[in-house]
Write a protein that binds this ligand. Sequence first.
Ligand code: ARG
Length: 582
Amino acid sequence: MLPLLGQVADSVSRAIAHVHPELAGADPVVRRSEHADFQSNAALALAKRARTKPPELAQALTAALADDRGPATHVEVSGPGFVNITVPDQLLWNQVAARLANSRLGMGTPNEGQRTVIDYSAPNIAKEMHVGHLRTTIIGDSLARVLGFLGSEVIRQNHLGDWGTQFGMLIQYLDEHPELTWHHDELERGASAVSALDELYKTARAAFDDDLEFADRSRDRVVALQSGDPDTIARWKEIVSESEKAFRDIYDRLGVLLTPEDSVGESFYNHLLTDVITELTEAGIAVESEGALVIFSEEVTGPDGNPAPLMVRKREGGYGYDTTDLATIRYRIHDLKANRLLYVTDSRQALHFQMIFEAARRAGWLTDGIEAAHVPYGTVLGPDGRPFKTRSGGTVRLMDLLDDAVSRARAVVSEKNPDLAADALDQIAEQAGIGAVKYADLSSSRVKDYVFDVERMVSFNGNTGVYLQYAHTRIRSILRKAGDPEASIDPTIELQPAERALALELDAYSTALSEVSSTLEPLKLCGYLYDLARDFTTFYEACPVLSADEPVRSNRLALCQLTARTLQHGLDLLGISAPERM
Ligand code: ARG
């Protein structure tokens, strides 16, 4: 179902083609307006090409629109050549009714035919997941939901850092110290295997630096691991699976879509590396340089002013992050047959991906019909405005951070609603606290750094997840009081200004979602939901619902219903739950 904005844009396009056939297909430049329902700026944009003045072109378009059988009822020229367009009340009511009657709120699947790989979360095995991984997990998950809803076939890929020389060292150390405990079932409740391993890795590292013989044994272990020695591989698998358990706890708590099947870590590409290297070498893209095999970029220069290299094979023969990502992009294009590749990682990896995409283009893997994009994000800052760390300078444990948000959410919720039963409060506090953390992340401009301020995140005021969840509960409460009736709309009733603003906003939901898809900024959806909640508040202050006479009452209840459903749906696409009460 086309939103009114789209219908109006189509009719302006027809008007343009009618008045100036040579301009057919030009952008009708239609947007919402303060002075009418919509406004077209096409006359200003096109006057020169039409060899006329904007007011004259606007006049001609207005006349053509009046003859068009499109949605506009009232059209007038304003200012230097804006065309103001108003649509009939009946049409607005019909849109509301049609959306309410549809399980997808009348939204289509414009992304059909897109097969999209979203690379997100990707924590590192045997290392604590840090706040940076929180961002990729939250942003990637919301993109997976929005693009999936719009009809993309989404393939989630959790590119775990599960391969590399550090595992040789760790495995050797664990082998020589069988007394050490790190399996989650041997640890105290609440402790995670990853934090234990993270600590042990640091000890192993110190031993490696101090003890030459241990260093030699560790190097042998790396060789054993890479050549598939069964005992070493068994040890490595144990470490991977214990770490994954700890990641899973975070994923469960966050309620993200990632499943164990989505884990396709760096190790998966090991068997593909030689083929990829042969292909790149034969094509003359990868070249020898000082004993290593590299790809010199034609776009990126290093700090010394020379072309920056991707390291395909290190001097001592090892393969690293660059090699794996080359094999990964080839696999995603050739085997997964994706035509949209998204990589959600922090912005410091921008050049890495620029060079990977460049190499993939030169190799002929990444062709014109395929979009590859790095989806970068900024740093999470602490209250002091510096990268978020614990007081002692360590990584902040994600579980502690989520616990903190939930306990603060519990405090604000129970203050607002002291009558909640204990178990209801537990559940709502969890939904509010987790939702608050997610919303704070998603509603800030993606590439900007933001300050992790739990107090602000769980506030009932301002642009917060809790505010939106609360707005939803208020509408649900109105609907419960009315007995949750079937929607019934009388489209002949005249719209009040606040009703009209709300109806127009409700109709614009799909536009907000398409913007998320094109800009990869979940912020566009957050901003939309916040505006919608505020339009609802204005409507509710101006237009009594329960005390109104029929048929006005039913019409207003329908607006309440569609607002509640849109809020709930939008929050769900952000990965945030919408409780019935709070
Ligand atoms: N494990 C990496 C990190 O923690 C992120 C991996 C991102 N994905 C990729 N294909 N390189 O920084």
